[in-house]
Write a protein that binds this ligand. Structure first.
Ligand code: SF4
Ligand code: SF4
Length: 388
């Protein structure tokens, strides 16, 4: 896709990730929400979301992921779905499954919901609940999957892969088959935010990844035409930077619960980005003119090995958030790329030893935890819902 900087308008976005709330009953140690979760009192109202969706449609957006946190915690989710439908935007609910019942799903479907993505942490219920930090969360997912199938909506299974579940990829695919899903996305953990905080516990070995990749290839052949199997690459291991978000400000935008608009969900971690907010600016200005969206758009900002590299229109220099997290400079080549002068940072991690995994640092309400996780399996029963 052609992208430009300066006075010419960029190509319009087609997708919007709507983070309706950061509150969530689960506490996944790789959560893509920022370390500082938005408080519920700061969230956009249903009316403000309706306006954002109307503006997004005018800008060119045709697809929205209604995500979180857990979007089902929004009592006005049906109104938000209806607003997207009225604006002509396809809606996909991204949920942990906790809190979905028949009546809620019927109301959402009536409002215009088109499909559901359900996250699962492991094929084994006890392991699932330990990773999610909440007892009985697997059972809730199983019920949610059955409800969505009965309602006749397309259903996808989302799995974030790491040291604790890569050896269960075959069983996870079996689970998707049993639950009647149409698509399984197996996404290796991205190490920024909560994932970076938990990297020692989550980083897999090369052997684990090789076995899982072989399994996916075998099962993909077996399930061809029935289930779409998607494998999202582990970029620490291949020496290849991933084309993060299809390029900065190129195809999609994220609106955080408090109205902050970001080129990707993790971009709030960049200290001097000064992301704009829909409460202060029209979405079209944010996409086309704001300094934050033009900062790494296109290729003109590139320096070092990315400058003039023949792959710059394919991977866009990799992930800006990862470059910042590992080097302190968001404009450097992503260290995942073998051509980066910082590549040793990921190489050493990928090929180094694996100490005994420390306990997870789970999400806590409101603030970055000082350290330490829960003492053992299934100890998350009494945790408060994050960010409430
Ligand atoms: S805690 Fe888990 S289920 Fe909740 S938003 Fe984060 S990744 Fe999703
Ligand atoms: S040097 Fe930059 S553009 Fe070239 S392959 Fe690496 S990350 Fe991509």
């Amino acid at each position: 896709m052609a992208q430009v900087t300066g006075s010419t308008d960029p190509a319009p976005p087609w997708a919007l990730l709507a983070e309706l709330t950061h509150a969530c009953p689960l506490h996944c140690p790789y959560c893509s929400n920022p370390l500082e979760l938005a408080r519920r009192a700061s969230e956009l109202s249903g009316g403000e979301w309706a306006d954002v969706l109307r503006q997004a449609a005018e800008l060119g957006v045709v697809h929205t992921h209604l995500s979180g946190g857990e979007p089902l915690l929004r009592p006005d989710l049906e109104q938000i779905v209806a607003a997207a439908e009225a604006a002509g935007i396809y809606t996909q609910l991204v949920t942990s499954g906790t809190g979905l019942d028949e009546a809620r799903l019927a109301a959402l479907t009536t409002a215009g919901l088109r499909s559901v993505q359900l996250s699962v942490q492991h094929a084994d219920p006890r392991a699932n609940d330990r990773i999610a930090g909440r007892r009985s969360s697997f059972a809730a997912k199983e019920r949610a999957a059955a409800l969505v199938r009965r309602a006749g909506l397309p259903l996808g299974l989302n799995v974030v892969l790491h040291r604790d579940n890569l050896d269960a990829v075959d069983a996870l695919i079996d689970l998707g088959v049993d639950w009647g899903v149409d698509r399984i996305e197996l996404a290796n953990t991205q190490f920024y935010g909560w994932g970076l905080l938990n990297r020692t516990a989550l980083l897999p070995t090369r052997d684990q990844l090789a076995r899982a990749r072989e399994t996916v290839e075998r099962r993909r052949e077996q399930l061809a035409g029935r289930i779409d199997l998607v494998w999202v690459v582990p970029d620490y291991f291949d020496g290849v930077a991933k084309p993060c978000m299809g390029g900065w400000g190129a195809v999609s935008l994220t609106v955080a619960p408090d109205g902050t608009v970001l080129p990707c969900p993790a971009a709030a971690s960049l200290p001097d980005l000064q992301p704009p907010n829909v409460r202060d600016h029209p979405l079209a200005w944010i996409w086309e003119r704001s300094p934050a969206f033009n900062r790494f758009r296109g290729t003109e900002w590139m320096t070092g090995p990315c400058h003039g590299c023949p792959r710059q229109e394919e991977d866009f220099g990799g992930c800006r958030c990862q470059a910042f997290a590992l080097t302190g400079d968001a404009a450097r080549t992503d260290p995942a790329c073998a051509l980066s002068p910082d590549h040793h940072l990921v190489r050493e991690l990928a090929d180094g030893g694996r100490p005994e995994a420390p306990p997870y640092v789970y999400r806590r309400p409101g603030a970055v935890p000082a350290g330490g996780g829960f003492p053992g399996p299934n100890s998350g029963e009494n945790l408060p819902t994050c960010s409430q």
